[in-house]
Design a protein around this ligand. Structure first.
Ligand code: GLA
Length: 741
């Protein structure tokens, strides 16, 4: 049983295969307090002492005098606000009297097999034999506010997910100004924080620094999870690396404004909170109404960062991504964006498709520019009808021509946006988010649609559905190319304007849900100016997300390392494009670009009709490698061997199958070094006593596998290392294949 309640001690014990999470109800006051989270405890006798409630100056049953000092150090499971705990609060409600005090005590709990859905929100899921859920109800006596704290414990993974449902159980209206999804009070210790930061074309770069007194936070107010900061926070014990050390990972299943904070108190205790960013958030709760927070994922690893990554990969593959495409090889696609930008017509697209089909590419994706009056990015968002000047004969004819070549067809949309220069805006200027009396801020010359409104969502989806029903369109790229500003909805009253950011995210989730209900087999890829909305929330809807508009093979090593810190390789959109690269101007070998893209969903982002004969000849070889390797890449276990982000010279990662019989080793020498002998790469995840045959996957030659004639023991490979010759030159990739003999 993964969740137990010990009646006598009033302690809840949550166990995963390798971790224990303990909390208890403090004597008398009834506060729900945190006791322990870490390596699995086989016996928890005496754990209740961990509360320190018997330490002076305040002992609950003995005096009232120094209650303040108790409040300010008690490890709260969901921290209170304004009544003595000066650390970060988890919840803040404003009463009609204008006050904000909140303090929660235990009322009751329930344990059940499985996991209920979170209304309107993406969340992890699992069957009764895969996950057990504990719901603890707490109450604030003064306001009648109730909070249901939910903990779902996964049987096979070191994961506990949390969320809170906040119910107005009182008689007057409450304004919910802050509602974290979870709070974790740890006793202390020396930790580094690990986060992901970035920008457009530079998403999810890792950053690690020591956590000190005060607070450290990552957050966004852009209305999307953002390029800039990621809804993730890791706490690493000092010296933790890929293979050893304690790691706590906190990841947020949400695609809008978030905050993740780690705070070190005067006593060295560490509090972590994660939730919707309270800035510009205020939700009106009438008596009897409730608010559901998004889900927060907690992972524990006693075996370093690598184990945390693999746990999250398994969680997302097994319990978050719902798409029927999850375990399938995705069609190798070619996207015309970097090939043509807005400068194309149907003939051009067909010519790209014809050439692509000959090379083994399986799907043509028509990107931005096919609709309305969209001859550049200054107009037409919202006018989702086919531009027949460009697409002569209409979408049906174009798709039929592409299908006749044996290829699938996919299409780009940006459904959440409206151009000031569009037919839609002329008809419905109030459909753009805006603040009365202010000119809304343009980004890429576009406004954001007020999709908090049902009629707006309906009108856009109606257009999208009409296009998708008009032809055999099997893939959609759902883009979102600007952050939210001018937060105001013409449809909401003054006291609900603080709900717009969150209602926007709920509206977007609802639109994607309806799209998938209408087209259950659709392959959906999310995108946001590259990877600006790459988060677990979006994975609930689409099995893959475009990683970045930066397709340079070397930049991608870092972006994809940061992405794979949390996400399985099967969801990383990765394509080969031309050189000099459009974002950095770097030239890298075609084979290295192919190898980097093979790590993700794989495809091309170039004009294949203009490729050199040499590169064109290499495409079918990359296609062949994709078909040979994708099952392993998609379903395998990921190990990080060396990081270019850290060493600035070379990069190496490995994917191993469950049985440890097969492995791929991706090695890239970014910079050549003179006068050095071969390099040793200490592999991971193999069998100590097995022997492996080493081959090279040839991305250019006639045969897929080049036998190296080398057979190596698993323990040699893992402890002494795979000896790899240094290639001649910069940006050189080598893809090795190991198979047990
Ligand atoms: C974003 C996407 C690109 C492309 C363009 C089209 O930047 O990330 O891949 O679709 O929009 O405008």
């Amino acid at each position: 049983m993964s969740i137990q309640y010990l009646e006598k001690e009033r302690v809840f014990c949550l166990n995963t295969p390798g971790s224990t999470y303990l909390m208890g109800i403090a004597a008398q006051e009834g506060f729900l307090g945190h006791l322990y989270y870490g390596t699995k405890l086989e016996d928890i006798t005496g754990a209740v002492e961990l509360f320190r409630t018997q330490e002076s100056p305040y002992v609950p049953e003995k005096n009232e005098r120094d209650r303040g000092s108790f409040m300010d150090k008690f490890p709260f499971e969901y921290s209170s606000h304004g009544v003595g705990d000066f650390r970060e609060s988890s919840i803040r409600v404003r009463t009609m009297g204008g006050q904000t005090g909140t303090s929660l005590t235990y009322v009751k709990h329930e344990i059940y097999g499985g996991k209920r859905k979170l209304e309107g929100l993406p969340a992890t899921f699992g069957q009764e034999d895969e996950v057990t859920t504990l719901v603890i109800t707490c109450r604030d006596e003064a306001t009648g506010l109730e909070v249901e704290l939910s903990y779902s414990v996964f049987e096979k993974l070191d994961v506990i997910t949390r969320s809170a449902r906040i119910i107005n159980g009182g008689l007057e209206t409450l304004m919910l100004e802050k509602a974290m999804s979870g709070c974790l009070d740890m006793d202390g210790g020396e930790f580094d924080v690990l986060t992901l930061h970035g920008s457009w074309a530079r998403e999810r770069h890792m950053e690690r620094k020591p956590l000190g007194h005060g607070e450290f936070a990552v957050s966004t107010l852009r209305g999307e999870s953002s390029h800039q900061e990621h809804p993730f926070l890791g706490l690493l014990s000092k010296g933790a690396d890929q293979v050893q050390g304690e790691v706590y990972g906190f990841h947020f299943v949400y695609s809008g404004n978030f905050v993740a904070k780690a705070q070190m108190s005067q006593f060295g205790q560490i509090r972590v909170v994660m939730g919707i960013n309270p800035e510009d958030f205020c939700w009106k709760l009438e008596p009897g109404e409730s608010f559901q927070t998004p889900e927060m994922v907690m992972v524990y690893s006693a075996e370093g960062i690598g184990k945390m990554s693999r746990t999250l990969h398994d969680l997302y593959r097994g319990h978050l991504i719902r798409s029927p495409w999850l375990h399938k090889k995705r069609p190798i696609l070619i996207n015309n964006w970097e090939a043509t930008y807005f400068n194309f017509d149907a003939d051009k697209i067909v010519s790209i498709a014809e050439e692509s089909a000959k090379l083994g590419i399986e799907m043509l994706v028509l990107d931005d520019g096919w609709f309305g009056n969209r001859f550049d990015d200054n107009r037409a968002l919202g006018d989702w009808w086919v531009n027949e000047d460009k697409i002569k004969g209409g979408m049906g004819e174009l798709v039929a021509k592409v299908n006749a070549l044996g290829m699938k067809f996919g299409l780009w949309f940006e459904p959440e946006m409206i151009s000031p220069e569009s037919e839609l805006y002329v008809k419905h200027p109030d459909w753009a988010l805006q603040i009365p009396g202010r000119k809304p801020c343009r980004c890429r010359n576009q406004y954001v649609l007020d999709i908090t409104r049902r009629e707006v969502r309906d009108a856009i989806l109606e257009q999208v559905f009409q296009i998708l029903h008009s032809a055999n369109i099997e893939y959609v790229k759902w883009d979102m190319n600007r952050p939210l500003t001018d937060i105001g909805s013409a449809a909401l009253p003054a006291d609900r304007q603080g709900e717009v950011y969150h209602r926007y995210v709920l509206g977007m989730y609802e639109m994607q849900e309806r799209l998938l209900q209408e087209f259950p087999n659709l392959l959906l890829e999310n995108c946001s100016g590259g990877g600006g909305r790459f988060d677990p929330g979006m994975l609930y809807y689409s099995p893959q997300i475009w990683c970045s508009d930066d397709t340079d093979a070397i930049e991608r090593l870092v972006i994809q390392e940061g992405t794979s810190l949390l996400y399985p390789l099967c969801c990383m959109g990765a394509h080969v494009s031309v050189c000099p690269n459009h974002t950095v101007g770097r030239s890298t070998p075609f084979a290295t670009r192919g190898m980097t893209a093979l790590t993700g969903t794989f495809g091309y982002e170039l004009d294949v009709t203009k490729l050199s004969e040499e590169d064109k000849a290499a495409v079918p070889k990359q296609v062949r490698a994709y078909h040979a390797c994708n099952d392993l890449i998609r379903e395998g276990n990921y190990y990080r061997i060396a990081s270019f982000w850290e060493n600035r010279l070379y990069d190496c990662y490995q994917v191993v199958d469950d049985k440890k019989e097969k492995a791929l080793v991706f090695f890239t020498q970014v910079l050549g070094e003179p006068a050095m002998h071969s390099r040793r790469l200490k592999l991971q995840g193999l069998k100590e006593n097995a022997k492996y045959k080493l081959s090279l996957i040839d991305l250019e030659g006639e045969e897929l596998l080049k036998d190296t004639g080398r057979v190596l023991g698993g323990s040699v490979l893992m402890h002494a290392g795979l000896q790899v010759e240094r290639p001649w030159g910069d940006f050189q990739g080598r893809l090795f294949f190991l198979e047990e003999v």
